[in-house]
Design a protein around this ligand. Sequence first.
Ligand code: BG6
Length: 480
Amino acid sequence: MSTSCDMLVFGGTGDLALHKLIPALYHLHRDRRLNPDVRILALARQELDRDAYLALAERHCRAQVAQADFQSETWRDFAQRLDYFPLDATQRSEFVRLAHHLGQQDGRIRVHYLATAPRLFRDIASHLESAGLAGQASRIVLEKPIGHSLDSALEINEAIGQVFAESRIYRIDHYLGKETVQNLMALRFANALFEPIWRAGHIEHVQISVSETLGIENRGGYYDQAGAMRDMLQNHLLQLLCLIAMEAPGRFDAKSVRGEKVKVLEALKPITGMDVLDKTVRGQYTAGRIGGHDVPAYYFEKNVDNDSDTETFVAVQAEVDNWRWAGVPFYLRTGKRLAKKSSEIVLTFKPVPHMLFQNGQVNRLVIRLQPEESISLQLMAKAPGKGMQLEPVELDLNLAQAFHQTRRWEAYERLLLDVIEGDSTLFMRRDEVEAAWHWVDPILKGWQEHYRKPRPYPAGSDGPEQAHQLLERKGFRWWQ
Ligand code: BG6
């Protein structure tokens, strides 16, 4: 059971709070993992009273939580922890009001979760400080994206760092809270099998694909300014790349794990000049069909400019310039409104040095993060019958089945508990975020300098043709 604390959710009426944070806290409550004394205070500008907020939160929670896991009685019990406080985060005086509302409680842990636009981070941190709400027992959680460029990320980190010590700042990347993502570390560092071949001499190339069927829902205003590069690649995909490419940390703790990840980010080969055109592909969805429904083109989505050139798809050929990975391409791609929802990492091994059989292929390790969590190793085997007819077969490990799992923990459940317990291993350190921006910034600038409209792709397809060509040039194909 967790430590007790006050959890303040700024942006309490936003998508993130209602779709992810409140349902995650509900699950923690239902599974009796939250200390009975944990209080949750949602804050936002809207003038709602407590009952109106509870009704709003319940409606969303019902929609997000599986039917079998939602019980009205449990909700009523959970709702006793929940309160709402209208607050304009740009006004210092409002935080004084907040401090009065919370009362003085020396030593009690206070988690300030900023589920707001990054432009409010600086104001909120400084107002918390002046209202006496940023003391030693307080922590701050920042949602990605931290800024929209290296400069803005530096500014945010600097401003937050003036108020909170780095050890009390939790920069969340919810991909790190996913069970399978943590399993990547178990796979690599708890099994002797893979380590000797986990390197350039044996691995031909790596693919990291995160595809979504969802569009941008109600987030047009944010997304149109961000695009797939800032929304997904700069954080989630680069974090996955780090876990695949990092060296074994000395210990499984925040300092060692994050230290190894930063080294990977710093070793990423810069993509600059005309390479930006050769090694990256931007796409934008046009009208199409997904799951039997017609969906509109991106530029017809709510709060999106009609002539928007924001990318809803991005593919990049990256390289990690170090001894382990020199020369191995890492292909990253992510997009909205694609044919299926899936996140997969595929390591393709080099062919055997001398092939005895006609139809030999290569070995692949396929790590599926979602929808189902599994790890499978593609091996070549002889098909039954006459002759040496080879076919790929899969050695499959379904993690949910292996552990007789009834319900998968949502990433936010794990991460919220970690914040309450003060464990920052699965959060991004300041230098990690900055190193990621350091690599992404020249690509964003290159896109402006050598302007090209994003490549159109129909909703429900697997992205623009140019993303396939990126691999075909080297004789590879995206794993289907
Ligand atoms: C978020 C992005 O960080 O991750 C969203 O802002 C995206 O645009 C989401 O849809 C994807 O997360 P998941 O866990 O559904 O893969």
